[in-house]
Design a protein around this ligand. Structure first.
Ligand SMILES: *Cc1c(COP(=O)(O)O)cnc(C)c1O
Length: 371
């Protein structure tokens, strides 16, 4: 039965399962009567924004009575310089999530198809569905995007292909050679979206240079974000890079002030602070290796990660382990909603947080193994 409001709704949205945010850390602490809960659930950077960035934000506070610069002039200049592109090739968004939405709104007609890997970022199917698009879901192979199967799924109705690289929640990559082969076979009527939210953690000689495809004039968008390596998830700022005429279309559908002024100054300052990103990448790398060793000692299987999170298989109900970890003040992400009943996605934290996680996990596994 539809409610009176549902019968008025755009029917495309009725089938969408709303994104389930975790509970705030403060609320968990209140329930448990503790003050030291840790959140390893949303792939956030465990380090605060750098001093330089915090100072830039503080300096911009007195001007909050003004609207932001709707063209994000300075930030686009800086990004263009960084990526050896023109400012006209950059569109900013309220997180890179907004770019996904803008691309779908600008290009996907109702009834057209978007090829989406699974399990992957939950936002792709939500936005495609809301636009009345058809989701063509291609299952991963050995925890990695199956680019060959995705290429085979292209039909005359295909408009978009989403490639999360590294993929969330598996933290695996598709390589430069694989992407090269894939892109070579894509018809010019199909747009490929490379979502590279975790690229800073994934860099290596095997990682694809997706911007080269932009320079070649291919139908691709490259999405990046300040939410992960730059420690700015709370401010919501991301961007896309593509050909200027593609971007002109996104400008038509975006809100005039979609990126707020604090986000703009913070992102600009973050771009001048590669030291912070380097520190985060190094800490993450050390954290991954610490966790691999500890998971092995605990008899937990994991997928080798090229990002700031690790997919683990706890070999029993992940939801149960998740609930028990919560009681220890450790928040992780169960993969139950992806149909992975024994998997958890765990964000790499600070060394201290990683030790806390392992201690809690050891306790919880002893509980359930002796139960
Ligand atoms: C975290 C994440 C993003 C970043 O989203 P923002 O809106 O920029 O915070 C994008 N794509 C994937 C796959 C992610 O996991």
């Amino acid at each position: 039965m539809q409610t009176p409001w549902e019968s008025l709704a755009n029917e495309h949205i009725l089938g969408i399962a709303p994104y389930e945010p975790g509970k705030p850390i403060e609320e968990l602490e209140r329930e448990l009567g503790i003050q030291w809960a840790i959140k390893l659930a949303s792939n956030e950077n465990p380090l605060s924004p750098s001093d330089r960035v915090q100072k830039a934000i503080a300096a911009a506070l007195p001007n909050l009575n003004r609207y932001p610069d709707g063209s994000a002039f300075y930030l686009r200049q800086a990004l263009a310089k960084r990526h050896n592109a023109a400012p006209e090739q950059i569109v900013l968004g309220n997180g890179s999530n907004e770019l996904i939405e803008l691309i779908v709104r600008a290009f996907l007609r109702p009834g057209e198809e978007a090829i989406i890997p699974h399990p992957s970022f939950v936002v792709y199917p939500m936005i495609v569905q809301a636009a009345g698009g058809i989701r063509v879901v291609i299952t991963l192979k050995d925890y990695r995007l199956d680019l060959e199967a995705m290429a085979r799924a292209i039909t005359p109705l295909t408009k978009l292909v989403f490639i999360a690289n590294p993929n969330n929640p598996t933290a695996t990559i598709v390589t430069a050679a694989e992407v090269e082969r894939f892109v070579a076979g894509i018809p010019p009527t199909v747009i490929v979206v490379f979502d590279e939210a975790y690229i800073e953690f994934a860099m290596g000689p095997d990682f694809p240079d997706s911007l080269a495809y932009v320079r070649q004039g291919r139908k691709v968008f490259v999405l990046r974000t300040f939410s992960k390596a730059a420690s700015l998830a709370g401010l919501r700022v991301g961007y896309g890079i593509a050909q200027a005429d593609a971007m002109a279309l996104l400008h038509r559908v975006r809100q005039p002030f979609n990126v707020n002024s604090l986000a703009q100054v913070a992102a600009l300052a973050a771009l001048e602070d590669d030291g912070h990103i380097l520190e985060c990448v190094r800490m993450n790398e050390a954290g991954r290796h610490f966790l691999y060793d500890e998971f092995t000692a605990l008899g937990i299987k994991y997928v080798l990660s090229r990002a700031n999170f690790i997919l683990v298989d706890v070999g029993r109900s992940a939801h149960d382990v998740y609930q028990r970890l919560l009681r220890e003040g450790v928040i992780v992400r169960p993969m139950t909603s992806f149909g992975m009943e024994t998997a958890l996605r765990i964000t790499v934290g600070t060394p201290e947080e990683n030790r806390r996680l392992i201690k809690a996990l050891r306790k919880v596994l002893e509980e359930v193994r002796s139960a």
